[in-house]
Write a protein that binds this ligand. Structure first.
Ligand code: 3PG
Length: 206
């Protein structure tokens, strides 16, 4: 699968920050049941790789990937854990080279025209726009779309159920991502029905 195809699988990619592998499978099942099969597990917790492993092994309908990939070693460890795609908040030459060698769909993060153009030089046209809200929101992304219409973005960072449709209405936005689908209190309380409900509302955004 190419990164561009990954962006077309669902309108919203839940961004998961989870340090509890026992919650991984029921959480992923709730997201898939709600209509959001593409799940980004951030490498921001000590047990994130175990979370990815559990989902990859037990939830075949989920497409689980790793987020917060900030270096080549993160990328290799996530791929070994079963990640089907990789997402980074920004990009460096070393990271791009490692991602290309790993050959998984890869969404490098950008927040400026120059960063996006540097990736275009390598024929990368699917990118994360991060941090979407603080960087300028839908208006900024619309501005990038004028001179760079060939790039398709997944904005994350400050995207919510209430503002997601403003991003999704833009021609250069394929999908959005965010943490609002998996609130910490719902995970703590094992309230999978609530998470499924949040996912199904988000899946209905398009
Ligand atoms: C990410 O890693 O993409 C962001 O931290 C998600 O940000 P959010 O909490 O604002 O959705």
């Amino acid at each position: 699968m190419k990164a561009g195809e990954l962006l077309d699988l669902a309108p919203v990619i839940p961004v998961v920050v989870l340090d509890d592998p026992d919650a991984a499978v029921p959480m992923a099942r709730a997201l898939v049941a709600g209509g959001l099969p593409v799940i980004e597990v951030t490498l921001r917790t000590a047990k994130a790789l175990a979370v990815i492993e559990r989902i990859a092994a037990a939830v075949p309908d989920a497409v689980v990937g790793a987020g917060t990939v900030v270096g080549p070693e993160d990328a290799r460890r996530a791929a070994a854990a079963g990640a089907k795609f990789l997402v980074s908040p920004g990009c460096t030459d070393r990271l791009r080279e490692a991602m290309t060698a790993i050959d998984l769909p890869f969404l490098p993060g950008v927040s400026s025209a120059s960063e996006a153009m540097a990736l275009l030089e390598y024929d990368i046209t699917a990118m994360k726009f991060f941090p979407a809200g603080p960087a300028g929101g839908p208006d900024y992304l619309k501005g990038l779309g004028g001179p760079l219409p060939q790039i398709r973005f997944c904005p994350t960072g400050g995207v919510t159920q209430d503002n997601a449709s403003r991003y999704l209405a833009l021609p250069n936005v394929a999908c959005v991502g965010g943490t609002w689908l998996t609130p910490a209190d719902a995970v703590r309380d094992r309230d999978w029905a609530h998470i499924e409900n949040l996912a199904s509302k988000a899946a209905g955004l398009v």
